[in-house]
Write a protein that binds this ligand. Structure first.
Ligand code: B3K
Ligand code: ZN
Length: 880
């Protein structure tokens, strides 16, 4: 494999503090697309806690024009310049550097650093983009105060924004103008941002709990002001929630959200100036689905919550990324749950989190990119913004709350801020605050940060009718050589009547009458004895998914049905249904693989269980929808030693088809019972009804006859919102009937709405009837471009990641397609290319014939000149 400079691995153990600290940064920008001049004046002083007197600045893809040290112009012999660093040896203790550089934003297709999107300037600095703007010690433990002067043409770029407060603005000669911004808080360089653009905003004054008025703004392109209400409302809700739940206030007079169409990820928490992918800002009922609205609420919350968990207290180094990301995901999850406000609503959000973990994090943790929540090494840090660091990291934070209780967790948070406000710290510091605030020893808990992989917890039970004892024997195993984790396992016991039994745990300290207890599994195996148990109960283990583990327990079908019908814990109730479905899916898959698709059968017991939950109107529709969705093809694949994607697809389709046929009457009844007439509202109750209704529709279209097709067509024609419109279209396309006219009508209606065009590509890419040739054809569509990450993801990623039966076509043609576009994207945008590269992560688990073709494709990519981003992913995939 060849790369520009051979990729170096960076190790956590090699951390050393910076030799110099930076106190102030004054930046001056003369913005022009082809050539932007950046003047940077920084004051540095030797770090009393570090050795050495060399100043090391990072810099990439920028041209040095001039460099002064304490007023003296430096010549080429006074410093060392490499492709990535500028080093000044033996510098004095106190230094003022004046650095002038030039960069070319319009050429910057990587969308890291300063770039142009639709004619406007934006920045993205996390993790290491600031070095593409100016020379700087671009590491998060260097925190400084920034003043920023922006100069640009006034007509083209009427809006000039940066972090903090606007302190001055005015006109210059030649049709230019300027704005000066000052951020009163010290920050690491990755939180720097600027925007110079033609934009408009929705704004309002908002009163904080302490009585201060702050200015809130949501900036978008002209024509999108009809899509900013929900983002603004979500921002206000976020501010209120953080005040109430964690006592954390907004610390600035002004808070801005800016939407940009070209963006590598969801959004970015730059201090006071959050920059967002349009996908997580723009929404109105016509263009956005319920899921989009929920995504906006979550991401607006997430970025806002970073202001404390990430910005005020930041990371010492990038290995500590989960310190801010795991914690902030946990905070946004709790925010979304609290916004719904009901117990089932909370459970529904929890079930969604479990699904994400199983769909994406468990496979990651079992594949070549497996890494601990706090990684030990990386080649390219951008490859480590992963579901492990984010979602598993959030699970780790959630376990503190499970172990310490809500109040204990809050005490830990308070102590964390008392100790570390204004500092760059490590995951261990967070754990210490949790332990110290609660007088708990959390030494063993550290293993959740250092040991990769998903632990397996096995539960066995025994009942002694004479002594009335019920024992749960829990054991755990991690990867070979790992030490036991500290695992909170929440359990309850169900009686024959389906009710929770009051629990008496031997040696346990707990309230009398408690029906759920958190067992702490800290050894390889432990016995937990419940006393005074009058009948053999059905155990409900790992309630609320109290730890990110795989739970093994030999449940009988009867026990699972009992839990599915009665468990008071909705997460385990859902889980019982998933286990019932998974058992059947695996058997059917094996049968298809061995004998083909003829003579498949689905037992009446399972169908009846589905029927009961579908029609149980005492249950929240959102819950019923989740209970009726079968485990995804990806999740089924994870249960198999040798993955056969076609057999999985056939088996799952057979089950969907059977449910659609046998339960047709019930599905239709619920379809009609869960209509949401009147004005659209994205609230959880209405969204839940729509979700159930549209799931019914998709089951009905799994085995469509004329009447069902007509139903979908009517919904498509009459829908008053995007949720219903797109659901009808997806059901039609995925049913395999000819839908040229509907697709065309949808496209024509929304040709000017980029986010809806993305949906149009995505729903075709993920249709089981779309093969690689059809995807290539869609790439010829005038609206397709590789340069826009949302667009590339909508078509390419939805095909490679959400259409397994076509991606794994026996002839390997889709693997060749994958290789071709990893290479093409890498030349444009390495971060996006590296994400696509990950689609091959699990290649070793497929049947030998597919494996060989996947390996060929990987090797084809490996033979090219690659970015560090893609090189790291491919090297790890091919390594033994
Ligand atoms: N902190 C950013 C992610 C930056 C990704 C850089 N490749 C978004 C977030 O987690 O809020
Ligand atoms: Zn984040």
């Amino acid at each position: 494999m060849r790369t520009d400079s051979s990729p170096t691995t960076i190790y956590r153990k090699d951390y050393t503090p910076p030799a110099y600290l930076v106190d102030t940064v004054e930046l001056g920008f003369d913005l022009a697309p082809a050539s932007t001049v950046v003047a940077n004046r920084i004051t540095l002083r030797r770090n009393p806690d570090a050795a050495g007197s060399d100043i090391v600045l990072h810099g990439e893809e920028i041209e040095l024009v001039q460099l002064r040290l304490n007023g003296q112009l430096l010549g080429e012999g006074d410093y060392e310049l490499s492709a990535a660093t500028l080093t000044i040896r033996n510098a004095p203790a106190e230094v003022v550097l004046e650095i002038e550089t030039v960069c070319a934003p319009v050429e910057n297709t990587s969308l890291s650093g300063l770039y142009v999107s639709n004619g406007n300037f934006f920045t993205q600095c996390e993790a290491e983009g600031f070095r593409r703007i100016t020379f700087f010690p671009d590491r998060p433990d260097v925190m400084a105060k920034y003043t920023v002067m922006l100069r640009a043409n006034k007509e083209q770029y009427p809006v000039l924004l940066s972090n903090g407060n606007l302190i001055e603005q005015g006109d210059l000669d030649d049709g230019r103008h300027y704005a000066k911004w000052e951020d009163p808080f010290k920050k690491p360089s990755y939180l720097f941002a600027l925007v110079a653009a033609k934009l408009v905003c929705q704004e309002e004054q908002f009163k904080l709990a302490d009585g201060r008025d702050v200015l809130l703004q949501v900036w978008v392109e002209d024509g999108n002001l009809d899509k900013t209400d929900y983002a603004m409302q979500s921002l206000k809700n976020s501010i209120r929630w953080d005040e109430e739940r964690f006592g954390l206030e907004l610390d600035l007079d002004r808070f801005m959200i800016v939407a940009v169409g070209d963006f590598n990820m969801g959004a970015m928490e730059n201090k006071g100036l959050n920059i967002f992918n349009t996908k997580f800002v723009l929404a109105n009922p016509r263009t956005a689905t319920d899921i989009d609205f929920a995504g906006i609420e979550a991401v607006v919350g997430h970025e806002y919550f970073h202001n404390w968990t990430g910005n005020r207290v930041t990371c010492r180094d990038w290995f500590q990324l989960s310190l801010k990301e795991g914690l902030t995901v946990f905070r946004d999850q709790e925010f979304s749950a609290d916004m719904i406000g009901t117990d089932t609503g909370r459970a529904v959000t929890r079930i969604d989190q479990v699904r994400t973990l199983r769909q994406a994090q468990f496979p990651e943790d079992a594949g070549p990119m497996s890494h601990p929540v706090r990684p030990d090494s990386f080649v390219e840090i951008n490859n480590f913004y992963t579901v492990t660091v984010y979602e598993k990291g959030a699970e780790v934070v959630r376990m503190y709350q499970t172990l310490l209780g809500r109040d204990g967790f809050r005490k830990g948070m308070d102590l964390y801020f008392d100790r570390h406000d204004g500092q760059a710290v490590a995951c261990d510091d967070f754990r210490a605050a949790m332990a110290d605030a609660n007088g708990r020893d959390l030494t063993q808990f550290e293993r959740w940060y250092s040991q990769a992989g998903t632990p397996v917890v096995t539960a066995r039970t025994r009942y002694d009718a004479v002594k009335r004892n019920f024992d749960i024997i829990l054991s755990q195993r991690g990867k070979p050589g790992q030490l036991p984790f500290h695992i909170p396992v929440a359990v309850g016991l169900l009686g024959a009547d389906g009710k929770d039994l009051p629990l008496t745990l031997e040696h346990g300290k707990h309230a009398k009458g408690a029906t759920t207890l958190v067992l702490e599994l800290t050894e390889q195996e432990q016995i937990f004895r419940f006393r005074e148990v009058d009948e053999r109960p059905t155990p409900s283990i790992l309630r609320d998914f109290s730890a990110p583990v795989i739970l093994e327990h030999d449940y009988t079908d009867d026990e699972l049905l009992h839990l599915f019908n009665h468990d008071s814990d909705p997460v385990n109730r859902w889980e019982a249904g998933q286990r019932l479905a998974m058992e059947r899916l695996l058997k059917l898959t094996a049968q298809v693989a061995a004998h083909g698709a003829a003579n498949l059968k689905l037992d009446q017991t399972f169908i009846n269980a589905m029927r009961t939950v579908l029609s149980d109107e005492s249950l929240d529709p959102a819950f019923r929808e989740l209970a009726l969705i079968l485990p995804s093809e990806t999740i089924i694949a994870e249960q198999m030693d040798v993955v056969d994607p076609q057999a999985i697809h056939t088996a799952r389709q057979f089950m969907r088809h059977t449910i659609g046929t046998v339960l047709k009457a019930e599905l239709l009844a619920q379809y009609h019972a869960n209509q949401t007439p009147g004005e659209y509202s994205p609230d959880a109750a209405s969204a839940g009804k729509r979700a159930l209704k549209n799931l019914c529709l998709s089951y009905l279209l799994a085995a469509p006859e004329a009447a069902e097709l007509q139903l979908a067509q009517q919904q498509f024609d009459n829908a008053t919102n995007m949720t219903d419109r797109s659901a009808a279209l997806v059901s039609l396309i995925h049913s395999g009937t000819d839908n040229g006219p509907h697709l065309q009508a949808f496209y024509d209606d929304f040709a000017n709405e980029a986010l809806v065009v993305d949906k149009w590509f995505a729903m075709q890419a993920s249709a089981p009837t779309t093969n690689v040739a059809a995807v290539r054809k869609l790439m010829q569509h005038p609206a397709f471009t590789l340069k826009n990450p949302n667009r590339a993801r909508s078509l390419i990623f939805n095909f490679t990641n959400a259409n397994p039966s076509q991606f794994h076509a026996a002839d390997g043609s889709a693997y060749e397609f994958w290789a071709e576009f990893v290479i093409k994207l890498d030349a444009i945008n390495p971060q996006v290319a590296a994400r696509l590269a990950r689609a091959m992560d699990r290649w070793r688990r497929y049947a030998p014939a597919l494996q060989a073709k996947m390996k060929q494709a990987l090797e084809k990519v490996a033979a090219r000149q690659l970015s560090n981003d893609v090189a790291e992913v491919i090297t790890k995939a091919l390594a033994n």
